[in-house]
Design a protein around this ligand. Structure first.
Ligand code: GSH
Length: 205
C-alpha cells in the first residue's frame, strides 16, 4: 500500500483542507504534515513550484491541488464518472483556482496598496467570478455543481466562498457573496452539513 504525506499549512481551509477531507472520505491513511509559516519558509524552495500543497506518494512528489483532488475524488467516489459531468466539475475547480490566484496576488500588500487592490478585486474580477459561479450552480440544478450530488467541485468552492464571506479579507465587503450570488450562501450551508464533511470533522480530536 502506498504511503501518503500531505504538506500544507496548519489551518482548516485553503487548498489543503479539501485534500485532507478527501483522504478521509476515501478511507486512506496519510501523514498530515501541518506546517508553520516558518517551516514553509524553510522548505518552499525544495518544492517543485515554490508552494504548497505538496503530496508525497512513496518517494514521488506531486503538486497542484485540483489534480490531487481529482485523484482522491475518484478514489472516494466523489468525482463524476460521466465525462460531461466531470467537465462541469473541472470547470468549477479551475474557476475557483483562478479566484484563489487573484486573491493570492493581494496577500503581501499593505496599507493603501492593499486597499486599492482589494477594492479593485471586489468590484472587478471577484464580482465576475461570483456571478459566474452562481450560474454554474444553477446549471447543475441549484444544489450541487455537477452530477446532481456532492462532488469535489462543491468541496473546492466551499472553502474559497467561506473565506471570501468570512470577513478575513480586509477591504472585501463581508456581504459580497450574499449580494452578488445568494445561491452560493445556501450552497455553503448545504456543504457544511454534508455527511462527508461532517464525518471528517467528527473524526478530528
Ligand atoms: N496551483 C497551485 C497553487 C499553490 C499555491 O499558490 N499555494 C499557496 C498556498 S494555498 C502557496 O504556497 N503560496 C506561497 C506564497 O504565497 O508564498 C495549487 O493549486 O496547488
Amino acid at each position: 500500500m502506498a504511503q501518503y504525506k500531505l504538506s500544507y499549512f496548519d489551518f482548516s481551509g485553503g487548498r489543503g483542507e479539501p485534500i485532507r477531507i478527501l483522504f478521509h472520505a476515501a478511507g486512506i491513511q496519510f501523514e498530515d504534515d501541518r506546517l508553520s509559516f516558518e517551516q514553509f519558509r524553510q522548505m518552499r524552495k525544495s518544492t517543485p513550484f515554490d508552494s504548497v500543497p505538496v503530496l508525497r506518494i512513496d518517494n514521488v512528489t506531486v503538486t497542484q491541488s485540483n489534480a490531487i483532488m481529482r485523484y482522491l475524488g475518484k478514489l472516494a467516489g466523489l468525482y463524476p464518472k460521466d465525462e460531461r459531468q466531470a467537465l462541469y466539475c473541472d470547470e468549477v475547480m479551475d474557476a475557483v483556482e483562478n479566484l484563489s490566484f487573484h486573491i493570492g496576488q493581494t496577500m503581501r500588500l499593505e496599507g493603501d496598496a492593499l486597499r486599492a487592490a482589494r477594492e479593485a478585486l471586489a468590484d472587478g474580477w471577484m464580482t465576475t467570478f461570483l456571478r459566474g459561479l452562481n450560474g454554474l450552480l444553477a446549471r447543475g440544478g441549484g444544489a450541487y455543481f455537477a452530477d446532481k450530488r456532492f462532488t469535489v467541485a462543491d468541496l473546492k468552492a466551499f472553502f474559497v466562498i467561506r473565506w471570501v464571506q468570512s470577513g478575513a479579507l480586509d477591504h472585501i465587503p463581508k456581504d459580497i457573496v450574499q449580494k452578488t450570488a445568494p445561491a452560493l450562501v445556501a450552497h455553503l450551508a448545504r456543504i457544511e452539513k454534508d455527511p462527508v464533511v461532517v464525518a471528517y470533522y467528527a473524526s478530528r480530536p
